[in-house]
Design a protein around this ligand. Structure first.
Ligand code: OXD
Length: 324
């Protein structure tokens, strides 16, 4: 059995990926394993490989794979790397869905607290050595008793709900398929009823996978229906938000602020107007970054490896018809 790792296109630091790869090397000792740094090497090594572990496969590399049966990706979403030939093939695609449950939820709460307590203004004042309390004191607010609307009550969304409850928030949200109540959720609606949560959410959080149903999820119509002065938080994918409409709403005061971890094009170009949106906190797609990545990722890989080798059920299989 031959395994290849293609270590290109990951979003983590070198140290975090080195840690994950050394865990993989231990797990796969006894199997043939090639760690590939560049396109030439992966194109050569993938030709007779059974399994690829990596963050992206391109049509060019895929065309060289003659025996490939399984790809374990290193991210929760793989919308950035699926293409028609790959989806049509028999290759099993598995993701790391679920590993970001803790970290993304903490990132969202951090963003909400930063917006409520105006840490963005504090950072600007600090950089200018300016002890001006007035702006900060007059605009700082609280999370308690506010409503959070969570679009996508999957594993991450539910953890956001749990943390928001601890801050005394009213939690509303949507889920693709609603079957009964969910813990820490006061009002639950099917995804088709997004309009129900738009006008009541003080903080609207996007936490759904990118599919044909969720791209362009928040455009001018949805923003118009949002509560006056609400905050939009996106830790899902940049394509889900119309950033021109968001910019207008932030400038004319319809929205009070935004916190964005994902962008229509990544890396966000230095000339993008998104950098200068008012009352907006930007993190460079680090919502899921954590030193614990390797420790968590290897658990999923270990499970799937065992299932793959013994013919048992793998987890996190990308559902080709569902798109995630
Ligand atoms: C992911 C991510 O894993 O966006 O999908 O970090």
């Amino acid at each position: 059995m031959k395994f290849v790792i293609w270590r290109a296109y990951h979003l983590e630091s070198k140290e975090i990926i080195d840690d994950y790869i050394s865990r993989i090397q231990k797990l796969l000792s006894g199997h043939e394993l090639a760690v590939c740094e560049n396109v030439e090497t992966i194109k050569r090594e993938i030709a007779d490989a059974d399994v690829m572990i990596g963050w992206r496969i391109t049509p060019e590399v895929f065309a060289e794979a003659k025996k490939l049966k399984w790809i374990q990706f290193g991210s929760a979403g793989i919308d950035h790397t699926v293409f028609p030939e790959l989806v049509k093939s028999d290759i099993v695609l598995t993701t790391l869905s679920g590993i970001h449950t803790t970290v993304v939820a903490e990132h969202v709460l951090g963003m909400m607290l930063a917006l409520a307590r105006r840490f963005d203004v504090a950072a600007r004042l600090q950089a200018a050595h300016n002890y001006d309390r007035i702006e900060l004191a007059g605009t700082s607010t609280e999370l308690a008793d506010k409503t959070i609307g969570i679009i996508g009550l999957g594993k991450i969304g539910l953890n956001i709900a749990r943390l928001a409850k601890a801050f005394g928030m009213h939690v509303v949200g949507t889920k693709r398929t609603v079957r009964g109540d969910l813990p820490n959720v006061d009002e639950l609606y099917p995804a088709s009823n997004l309009d129900k949560i738009l006008p009541i959410s003080d903080y609207l959080v996007i936490a759904v996978p990118l599919t044909s149903d969720t791209s362009a999820l928040i455009g001018p119509d949805q923003i118009n229906k949002m509560k006056q002065g609400a905050y939009l938080i996106n830790v899902a994918r940049g394509a889900m938000v119309d950033h021109e409409a968001l910019g207008k709403a932030l400038k004319n005061g319809k929205l009070g602020g935004a916190a964005l971890d994902v962008f229509p094009a990544e890396p966000l170009p230095s000339g993008s107007p998104i950098w200068d949106l008012p009352n907006t906190i930007i993190t460079p797609h680090t919502g899921a970054s954590s030193a614990r990545y390797g420790e968590r990722a290897i658990k999923i890989l270990r499970h799937n490896l065992d299932a793959f080798l013994t013919g048992k059920q793998m987890i996190n299989i990308y559902q080709k018809e569902r798109g995630y």
